[in-house]
Design a protein around this ligand. Structure first.
Ligand code: ATP
Ligand code: MG
Length: 553
């Protein structure tokens, strides 16, 4: 590792070169199992697991399960599964903050004994007043001068369940006039009778995040504790906890903050994602419109595209918002190299080939992926009745329209030249059928007489077409930053974010299995959905073919 290191890798690089921590690198990814992880988390995952890998270190997956009311096994399992899918190996080193509760409790007792923590029986509202704010220093709460013995007794009784939820907290004794509000005697433990998904009712007191996190890191020997910028103001407290418990500066975890990933056109707060699910604005956490990892997977976004996207966004301390078109670009890049091309018509217009010989013609040869010669070729059946896209025909074409029009000739992809001889309309004047002739000599797409056509359109033969459900996804919201400026994000949902239509697809698409991605030529990339069953295929549109963003733009 040398060139182009981001600032975090530079720090790690220097530490390794200087032999800090014996040259070891241990990172951790610490999700709270209170929801499904999303594309934002993947930035932290790629960084935590990535840095560890690059320096022959290790990365722990540590569940920050210190807030029992919102956590569950379902979330935990989904997180493990999603990280694996992203291409990392979390199952080798899984830890739980809750497994350290006993040790954390002992540390709290030690802090009390050192006079660095005390039991405070103010209610949360009262504490607000005592703590002060940016304009006023805090006031000493009653109980701050309690003896160590009394504090030890009260804390033991807190643990033993002698007090009501919220009746008291254990606080760090730091500095009531600190300009950093987080240093004004923050709570370390609270009383909460909640069933923990792993420890049941064993505990009725739970450690606060700011106290628990540095300890979890220290217990695991984490060297670099990487987190997002909002924790920067908490870092003095992180260090205070470790100082107070005697962890030496050069031999303990160092917290380093980087900017969160934000993407346009979506929300990433777990609370909002949960609301979208529970209020049924989407089908579930894995709805292909969701920015969750499982949603993106179902939509057909490859893990490699997500990793490339995170690498492209990079690691800095600058807060920003990334255009969702960048993720689409990364998705197309990967799918373009990987996907086989097929023909499918989504908005069909019937075409009758009037001079098609009744005895039939051999199937046509089609290249599976021009980007990948190893993908080979396949046969596509031709026929007397075809479907083409409605948009590939115009009665009165404007200048520069090279597709079909009365009297005009066009090339059918992998097929023949066809010429529109006549069009049929319904009572409303809408075109419902074209009558065309084909030129048998143009099989394969070229005319022996050298005549040229400018347009090539896709098609399927009506007799052999597979009818499939095609789900066309669009942005979930109509604005770039849903929920900004105090607007209710739900009022900004895009009513047209899902359109379900019937597609007419070449027969080979009937064989595609759920999870497989393909390109429908000229239309976009589609992923076969797990809802496909009993011979009925369902395809999700992952992305269209056209980029609205390119590198360097
Ligand atoms: P909350 O704490 O509100 O439940 P969270 O998004 O912080 O939500 P965690 O499970 O605590 O969820 O996150 C786990 C890790 O992922 C944290 O280290 C966090 O910094 C990181 N992370 C979460 N969201 C993003 C994001 N948008 N960009 C980068 N990292 C993120
Ligand atoms: Mg968090």
């Amino acid at each position: 590792m040398s060139e182009n290191l981001d600032f975090i890798r530079e720090i790690v690089d220097t530490d390794v070169k200087n032999g800090k921590h014996g040259g070891k690198v241990i990172t951790r990814f610490p999700p709270e199992p209170n929801g499904y992880i999303h594309i934002g988390h993947s930035k932290a995952i790629c960084l935590d697991f990535g840095v560890a890998k690059e320096y022959n270190g290790i990365c722990n997956l540590r569940f920050d399960d210190t807030n029992p009311t919102k956590e569950s096994t379902e979330y935990m399992e989904s997180i493990i599964n999603d990280i694996k899918w992203l291409g990392f190996a979390p199952e080798e080193r899984i830890y739980y903050a809750s497994d350290y509760f006993e040790k954390m409790y002992e540390c709290a007792v030690e802090l009390i004994k050192k006079g660095l923590a005390y039991v405070c029986d103010l209610s949360a509202d009262e504490w607000e007043k005592y703590r002060g704010d940016s304009t006023r220093p805090g006031i000493e709460p009653p109980g701050r001068q309690r003896s160590i013995e009394e504090n030890l007794d009260l804390f033991t009784r807190m643990r033993n369940g002698e007090f009501e939820d919220g009746a008291m907290v254990l606080r760090a004794r730091i500095d009531l006039s600190s300009p950093n509000i987080h240093m004004r005697d923050p709570a370390l433990y609270r009383i909460r009778r909640a069933h923990h998904f792993r420890h049941g009712d064993k505990w009725c007191i739970y450690p606060m995040y700011d106290y628990a996190h540095p300890l979890e890191d220290a217990f695991e020997g984490v060297t670099h504790s990487l987190c997002t910028l909002e924790f920067e103001v908490h870092r003095p407290l992180y260090d205070w906890v470790l100082d107070a418990l005697g962890y030496e500066v050069n031999n303990r975890p160092r917290q380093i903050e980087f900017s969160r990933l934000n993407i346009t056109d979506t929300v990433m707060s777990k609370r909002k994602l949960l609301q979208l699910v529970t209020e049924k604005h989407v089908s579930n956490w894995d709805d292909p419109r969701m920015p969750t990892i499982c949603g993106l997977r179902r939509r057909g976004v490859p893990a490699e595209a997500i990793r490339n996207f995170c690498a492209m966004v990079g690691i800095t301390k600058v807060d920003g918002i990334t255009d969702s078109a960048v993720l689409d670009y990364c998705t197309r890049e990967v799918l373009n190299a990987r996907c086989r091309r097929y023909l499918g018509v989504l908005d069909p217009l019937k075409v009758t080939i009037t001079n098609y010989p009744e005895e039939g013609i051999a199937d046509l040869d089609a290249v599976n992926n021009p980007e990948d010669p190893a993908a080979g070729s396949r046969k596509i059946p031709f026929g007397k009745t075809l479907y083409i896209e409605k948009s590939d025909f115009m009665v009165e074409p404007p200048k520069g329209y090279f597709r079909l029009a009365p009297g005009k000739e066009v090339r059918l992809r992998y097929g023949y030249f066809i010429k529109c001889e006549e069009y049929v309309t319904d009572a409303n004047g809408e075109v419902i059928e074209l009558k065309c002739t084909f030129d048998p000599a143009t099989r394969g797409g070229n005319a022996p007489d050298g005549r040229k056509v400018k347009g090539t359109i896709h098609w399927v033969s009506a007799d052999s077409a597979v009818e499939a459900e095609v789900r066309l996804y669009d942005k979930l919201f109509t604005v770039q930053a849903p929920g900004a400026d105090g607007v209710d994000f739900l009022t900004q949902l895009n009513p047209d974010s899902l359109k379900v239509i019937t597609g007419y697809l070449e027969p080979a698409l009937g064989e595609i299995k759920p999870g497989e991605s393909v390109q429908f030529e000229r239309i976009g990339y589609f992923c076969c959905d797990p809802d496909s069953k009993d011979g009925k295929q369902v395809f999700n549109r992952t992305v269209t073919l056209k980029d609205s963003w390119k590198p360097g733009k």
